[in-house]
Design a protein around this ligand. Structure first.
Ligand SMILES: Nc1ncnc2c1ncn2[C@@H]1O[C@H](COP(=O)(O)OP(=O)(O)O)[C@@H](O)[C@H]1O
Ligand SMILES: [Mg+2]
Length: 307
Protein backbone atom coordinates (compact mmCIF):
# COMPACT_ATOMS: atom_id res chain seq x y z
CA UNK A 1 0.00 0.00 0.00
CA UNK A 2 1.34 3.40 -0.87
CA UNK A 3 1.44 5.92 1.95
CA UNK A 4 1.64 9.52 0.85
CA UNK A 5 4.31 11.38 2.79
CA UNK A 6 3.16 14.01 5.21
CA UNK A 7 4.37 17.47 4.23
CA UNK A 8 4.75 20.26 6.71
CA UNK A 9 2.60 23.28 6.29
CA UNK A 10 5.38 25.78 6.84
CA UNK A 11 5.66 28.72 4.49
CA UNK A 12 9.20 27.84 3.60
CA UNK A 13 10.06 24.26 4.36
CA UNK A 14 13.79 24.88 3.90
CA UNK A 15 13.89 27.56 6.58
CA UNK A 16 15.61 26.32 9.70
CA UNK A 17 14.55 28.51 12.55
CA UNK A 18 15.03 27.66 16.22
CA UNK A 19 11.40 26.65 16.08
CA UNK A 20 12.48 23.64 14.04
CA UNK A 21 14.49 22.21 16.90
CA UNK A 22 12.21 19.88 18.82
CA UNK A 23 14.75 18.29 21.14
CA UNK A 24 18.21 19.45 22.04
CA UNK A 25 20.96 17.81 24.10
CA UNK A 26 23.26 20.67 25.03
CA UNK A 27 26.67 19.44 26.28
CA UNK A 28 24.98 16.70 28.26
CA UNK A 29 26.87 14.47 30.68
CA UNK A 30 25.26 11.77 32.81
CA UNK A 31 27.19 10.29 35.72
CA UNK A 32 25.94 7.69 38.22
CA UNK A 33 28.25 7.64 41.24
CA UNK A 34 31.67 6.92 39.80
CA UNK A 35 30.32 5.74 36.46
CA UNK A 36 30.21 8.14 33.56
CA UNK A 37 27.56 6.99 31.09
CA UNK A 38 27.37 10.00 28.79
CA UNK A 39 30.03 12.66 28.37
CA UNK A 40 29.45 15.99 26.74
CA UNK A 41 26.97 15.01 24.04
CA UNK A 42 25.39 17.77 21.98
CA UNK A 43 22.65 16.80 19.52
CA UNK A 44 19.72 18.55 17.95
CA UNK A 45 16.63 16.81 16.68
CA UNK A 46 14.73 18.80 14.07
CA UNK A 47 11.05 18.75 13.30
CA UNK A 48 10.11 15.85 11.03
CA UNK A 49 13.46 14.15 11.47
CA UNK A 50 13.63 10.46 12.31
CA UNK A 51 16.82 9.93 14.26
CA UNK A 52 18.11 6.49 15.15
CA UNK A 53 20.57 6.19 18.01
CA UNK A 54 22.61 3.02 17.69
CA UNK A 55 25.50 1.50 19.57
CA UNK A 56 26.33 -1.57 21.51
CA UNK A 57 24.49 -2.58 24.63
CA UNK A 58 25.31 -0.38 27.62
CA UNK A 59 26.48 2.65 25.62
CA UNK A 60 23.69 4.84 27.05
CA UNK A 61 20.90 4.68 24.46
CA UNK A 62 18.05 4.15 26.92
CA UNK A 63 19.57 6.84 29.16
CA UNK A 64 19.36 9.27 26.21
CA UNK A 65 15.61 8.55 25.98
CA UNK A 66 15.11 8.95 29.73
CA UNK A 67 16.91 12.29 29.52
CA UNK A 68 14.58 13.29 26.67
CA UNK A 69 11.49 12.85 28.83
CA UNK A 70 13.03 14.39 31.95
CA UNK A 71 13.04 11.04 33.80
CA UNK A 72 16.81 11.48 34.24
CA UNK A 73 18.42 14.85 34.84
CA UNK A 74 21.80 15.47 33.22
CA UNK A 75 24.74 15.77 35.63
CA UNK A 76 26.04 18.56 33.41
CA UNK A 77 24.49 20.36 30.46
CA UNK A 78 20.83 20.73 29.53
CA UNK A 79 18.12 18.87 27.67
CA UNK A 80 15.65 21.20 25.99
CA UNK A 81 12.25 20.45 24.48
CA UNK A 82 11.27 23.32 22.19
CA UNK A 83 13.86 25.44 23.94
CA UNK A 84 12.47 24.66 27.38
CA UNK A 85 15.04 23.31 29.85
CA UNK A 86 13.45 20.10 31.17
CA UNK A 87 15.16 20.47 34.57
CA UNK A 88 13.19 23.69 35.10
CA UNK A 89 9.80 22.17 34.31
CA UNK A 90 8.07 20.80 37.40
CA UNK A 91 4.97 18.93 38.58
CA UNK A 92 1.81 19.45 36.58
CA UNK A 93 3.71 21.23 33.85
CA UNK A 94 5.99 18.27 33.14
CA UNK A 95 2.95 15.96 33.03
CA UNK A 96 1.38 18.28 30.44
CA UNK A 97 4.60 18.47 28.48
CA UNK A 98 4.86 14.67 28.41
CA UNK A 99 1.53 14.50 26.57
CA UNK A 100 3.55 15.73 23.59
CA UNK A 101 5.70 12.59 23.75
CA UNK A 102 4.68 9.10 22.69
CA UNK A 103 6.87 6.48 24.31
CA UNK A 104 7.11 2.94 22.97
CA UNK A 105 8.90 0.96 25.66
CA UNK A 106 11.31 -1.91 25.15
CA UNK A 107 8.78 -4.26 26.72
CA UNK A 108 5.36 -3.12 25.55
CA UNK A 109 4.68 -1.96 29.15
CA UNK A 110 0.92 -2.40 28.91
CA UNK A 111 -1.15 -2.61 32.08
CA UNK A 112 -1.74 -6.36 32.44
CA UNK A 113 -4.92 -6.02 34.48
CA UNK A 114 -6.57 -3.70 31.95
CA UNK A 115 -8.09 -4.67 28.60
CA UNK A 116 -6.60 -3.35 25.38
CA UNK A 117 -9.40 -0.76 25.17
CA UNK A 118 -8.71 0.37 28.75
CA UNK A 119 -4.98 0.55 28.04
CA UNK A 120 -5.62 2.78 25.03
CA UNK A 121 -8.14 4.95 26.87
CA UNK A 122 -5.73 5.42 29.78
CA UNK A 123 -3.75 8.39 28.38
CA UNK A 124 -6.98 9.93 27.08
CA UNK A 125 -8.67 9.65 30.49
CA UNK A 126 -5.63 11.33 32.06
CA UNK A 127 -5.26 14.20 29.63
CA UNK A 128 -8.40 14.54 27.51
CA UNK A 129 -11.05 14.62 30.20
CA UNK A 130 -13.50 16.43 27.93
CA UNK A 131 -13.92 13.31 25.77
CA UNK A 132 -16.90 10.98 26.23
CA UNK A 133 -16.40 7.22 26.55
CA UNK A 134 -17.67 6.75 22.98
CA UNK A 135 -15.21 9.30 21.65
CA UNK A 136 -12.35 7.66 23.52
CA UNK A 137 -13.34 4.24 22.17
CA UNK A 138 -13.46 5.65 18.66
CA UNK A 139 -9.95 7.06 19.01
CA UNK A 140 -8.77 3.72 20.48
CA UNK A 141 -10.31 1.83 17.51
CA UNK A 142 -8.71 4.15 14.98
CA UNK A 143 -5.28 3.78 16.54
CA UNK A 144 -5.60 -0.01 16.52
CA UNK A 145 -6.61 0.03 12.85
CA UNK A 146 -3.61 2.23 12.18
CA UNK A 147 -1.27 -0.44 13.56
CA UNK A 148 -3.08 -3.17 11.63
CA UNK A 149 -5.12 -4.70 14.44
CA UNK A 150 -8.83 -5.42 14.21
CA UNK A 151 -10.50 -3.55 17.10
CA UNK A 152 -13.38 -6.06 17.20
CA UNK A 153 -10.89 -8.83 17.94
CA UNK A 154 -8.58 -7.16 20.41
CA UNK A 155 -10.37 -4.35 22.30
CA UNK A 156 -11.78 -6.64 25.00
CA UNK A 157 -8.69 -8.83 25.33
CA UNK A 158 -6.06 -8.58 28.03
CA UNK A 159 -2.37 -8.19 27.07
CA UNK A 160 -1.62 -11.77 28.21
CA UNK A 161 -3.99 -13.07 25.49
CA UNK A 162 -1.96 -11.37 22.75
CA UNK A 163 1.27 -12.41 21.00
CA UNK A 164 4.48 -10.41 21.62
CA UNK A 165 4.14 -8.66 18.28
CA UNK A 166 0.51 -7.71 18.95
CA UNK A 167 1.42 -6.31 22.36
CA UNK A 168 4.14 -4.21 20.72
CA UNK A 169 1.57 -2.89 18.26
CA UNK A 170 -0.92 -2.09 21.03
CA UNK A 171 1.95 -0.27 22.80
CA UNK A 172 2.51 1.75 19.63
CA UNK A 173 -1.22 2.47 19.27
CA UNK A 174 -1.33 3.70 22.89
CA UNK A 175 1.73 5.91 22.34
CA UNK A 176 -0.13 7.47 19.39
CA UNK A 177 -3.36 8.03 21.33
CA UNK A 178 -2.64 11.66 22.19
CA UNK A 179 -1.25 12.50 18.72
CA UNK A 180 2.20 13.26 20.13
CA UNK A 181 4.67 15.51 18.43
CA UNK A 182 7.70 13.42 19.37
CA UNK A 183 7.74 9.61 19.24
CA UNK A 184 10.37 7.81 21.27
CA UNK A 185 11.05 4.13 20.64
CA UNK A 186 13.29 1.96 22.80
CA UNK A 187 14.52 -1.13 20.91
CA UNK A 188 11.18 -1.54 19.11
CA UNK A 189 12.11 -4.81 17.41
CA UNK A 190 14.11 -6.51 20.15
CA UNK A 191 12.76 -9.96 21.01
CA UNK A 192 10.52 -10.17 17.95
CA UNK A 193 10.84 -12.68 15.11
CA UNK A 194 12.04 -11.33 11.72
CA UNK A 195 8.52 -11.10 10.26
CA UNK A 196 7.13 -9.16 13.22
CA UNK A 197 10.27 -6.98 13.24
CA UNK A 198 9.56 -5.98 9.63
CA UNK A 199 5.96 -5.18 10.55
CA UNK A 200 7.11 -2.90 13.38
CA UNK A 201 9.71 -1.22 11.14
CA UNK A 202 7.01 -0.63 8.54
CA UNK A 203 4.71 0.87 11.19
CA UNK A 204 7.43 3.22 12.45
CA UNK A 205 7.95 4.35 8.86
CA UNK A 206 4.20 4.80 8.22
CA UNK A 207 3.75 6.68 11.48
CA UNK A 208 6.34 9.17 10.37
CA UNK A 209 4.99 9.46 6.81
CA UNK A 210 1.38 9.93 7.94
CA UNK A 211 1.84 12.43 10.73
CA UNK A 212 3.75 15.59 11.51
CA UNK A 213 5.85 13.57 13.92
CA UNK A 214 9.49 13.71 14.92
CA UNK A 215 11.01 10.37 15.95
CA UNK A 216 13.85 9.19 18.11
CA UNK A 217 14.48 5.47 17.75
CA UNK A 218 16.98 3.66 19.93
CA UNK A 219 17.97 0.36 18.38
CA UNK A 220 20.70 -2.08 17.55
CA UNK A 221 18.71 -3.40 14.60
CA UNK A 222 20.25 -2.12 11.37
CA UNK A 223 17.06 -3.00 9.47
CA UNK A 224 15.18 -0.46 11.60
CA UNK A 225 17.84 2.15 10.80
CA UNK A 226 17.66 1.52 7.05
CA UNK A 227 13.87 1.40 6.97
CA UNK A 228 12.77 4.06 9.41
CA UNK A 229 15.56 6.59 10.00
CA UNK A 230 16.49 9.73 8.10
CA UNK A 231 19.58 10.22 10.25
CA UNK A 232 21.65 8.02 12.50
CA UNK A 233 23.94 8.68 15.44
CA UNK A 234 26.25 5.97 16.73
CA UNK A 235 27.43 6.16 20.32
CA UNK A 236 30.53 4.59 21.78
CA UNK A 237 30.38 3.21 25.34
CA UNK A 238 32.14 5.77 27.54
CA UNK A 239 34.49 3.15 29.00
CA UNK A 240 35.86 2.43 25.54
CA UNK A 241 36.63 6.01 24.56
CA UNK A 242 40.23 6.89 23.96
CA UNK A 243 41.69 10.26 24.98
CA UNK A 244 40.07 13.15 23.11
CA UNK A 245 37.60 10.89 21.26
CA UNK A 246 33.97 11.96 20.99
CA UNK A 247 31.28 9.61 22.27
CA UNK A 248 29.35 10.33 19.07
CA UNK A 249 31.21 8.05 16.64
CA UNK A 250 28.99 8.82 13.68
CA UNK A 251 26.29 11.35 12.78
CA UNK A 252 24.90 11.19 9.25
CA UNK A 253 22.57 9.40 6.89
CA UNK A 254 21.95 5.64 7.03
CA UNK A 255 23.63 5.35 3.58
CA UNK A 256 26.77 7.11 4.79
CA UNK A 257 26.83 4.84 7.86
CA UNK A 258 26.58 1.82 5.60
CA UNK A 259 29.53 3.06 3.55
CA UNK A 260 31.74 3.88 6.55
CA UNK A 261 35.15 2.24 6.55
CA UNK A 262 35.82 2.92 10.27
CA UNK A 263 36.43 -0.62 11.60
CA UNK A 264 34.26 -0.35 14.71
CA UNK A 265 31.35 1.15 12.76
CA UNK A 266 31.80 -1.48 10.04
CA UNK A 267 31.70 -4.29 12.57
CA UNK A 268 28.48 -2.96 14.05
CA UNK A 269 26.79 -2.27 10.75
CA UNK A 270 27.72 -5.53 9.09
CA UNK A 271 27.28 -7.55 12.24
CA UNK A 272 30.80 -8.86 11.87
CA UNK A 273 32.03 -10.62 14.97
CA UNK A 274 35.64 -10.82 13.81
CA UNK A 275 36.80 -7.74 15.72
CA UNK A 276 35.07 -8.99 18.86
CA UNK A 277 36.61 -12.45 18.56
CA UNK A 278 40.02 -10.78 18.35
CA UNK A 279 39.16 -8.91 21.58
CA UNK A 280 38.13 -12.18 23.30
CA UNK A 281 41.34 -13.82 22.24
CA UNK A 282 43.42 -10.86 23.38
CA UNK A 283 41.73 -10.98 26.81
CA UNK A 284 42.33 -14.74 27.09
CA UNK A 285 45.94 -14.29 26.07
CA UNK A 286 46.56 -11.38 28.45
CA UNK A 287 45.41 -13.55 31.38
CA UNK A 288 47.44 -16.48 30.13
CA UNK A 289 44.26 -18.45 29.46
CA UNK A 290 41.65 -19.86 31.83
CA UNK A 291 41.88 -23.24 33.55
CA UNK A 292 39.36 -26.03 32.88
CA UNK A 293 37.31 -24.18 30.25
CA UNK A 294 36.84 -26.22 27.07
CA UNK A 295 37.02 -23.24 24.67
CA UNK A 296 40.43 -22.08 25.91
CA UNK A 297 43.10 -22.50 23.33
CA UNK A 298 40.65 -22.55 20.43
CA UNK A 299 41.69 -20.09 17.78
CA UNK A 300 39.54 -17.91 15.58
CA UNK A 301 38.89 -20.51 12.87
CA UNK A 302 37.61 -22.95 15.53
CA UNK A 303 35.41 -20.36 17.23
CA UNK A 304 34.00 -19.29 13.89
CA UNK A 305 32.57 -22.77 13.43
CA UNK A 306 30.35 -22.22 16.45
CA UNK A 307 28.85 -18.97 15.17
N1 LIG B 1 19.44 4.27 37.13
C1 LIG B 1 20.69 3.88 36.88
N2 LIG B 1 21.63 3.88 37.85
C2 LIG B 1 22.89 3.49 37.61
N3 LIG B 1 23.36 3.10 36.41
C3 LIG B 1 22.48 3.08 35.40
C4 LIG B 1 21.11 3.45 35.57
N4 LIG B 1 20.47 3.33 34.37
C5 LIG B 1 21.41 2.89 33.51
N5 LIG B 1 22.61 2.74 34.11
C6 LIG B 1 23.86 2.30 33.47
O1 LIG B 1 24.09 3.14 32.36
C7 LIG B 1 24.69 2.41 31.30
C8 LIG B 1 23.93 2.65 30.03
O2 LIG B 1 22.64 2.08 30.17
P1 LIG B 1 21.55 2.11 29.02
O3 LIG B 1 21.26 3.50 28.61
O4 LIG B 1 20.41 1.30 29.50
O5 LIG B 1 22.32 1.34 27.85
P2 LIG B 1 21.76 0.84 26.44
O6 LIG B 1 20.32 1.22 26.36
O7 LIG B 1 22.63 1.51 25.43
O8 LIG B 1 21.98 -0.65 26.44
C9 LIG B 1 24.72 0.95 31.74
O9 LIG B 1 26.02 0.65 32.17
C10 LIG B 1 23.74 0.90 32.88
O10 LIG B 1 24.13 -0.07 33.81
MG1 LIG C 1 18.58 0.06 26.31
Amino acid sequence: MHVAPYTHRTQDSTAETDDDIVLQYDHVSLIFGRHTIIRDISLELRRGESLAIIGESGCGKTCMLKLAIGLFQPTRGRVLFHGQDLSKVKGAEIAKLRTQYGFVFQQAALFDSLTVAENLRFPLEQHRMELSLDEMNRIASNRLIEVGLNPDNVMKKHPAELSGGMRKRVGLARALALEPELMLYDEPTTGLDPVMSSVINELILRTRLRRPVTSLVVTHDMTTVKKAATRVVMLCPFAELTEGQSQVMFDGTPDALQASETPRIRHFVRGEAEGRIDEIEATFDSFGGVQNVPFVGMKKHTLTKFR
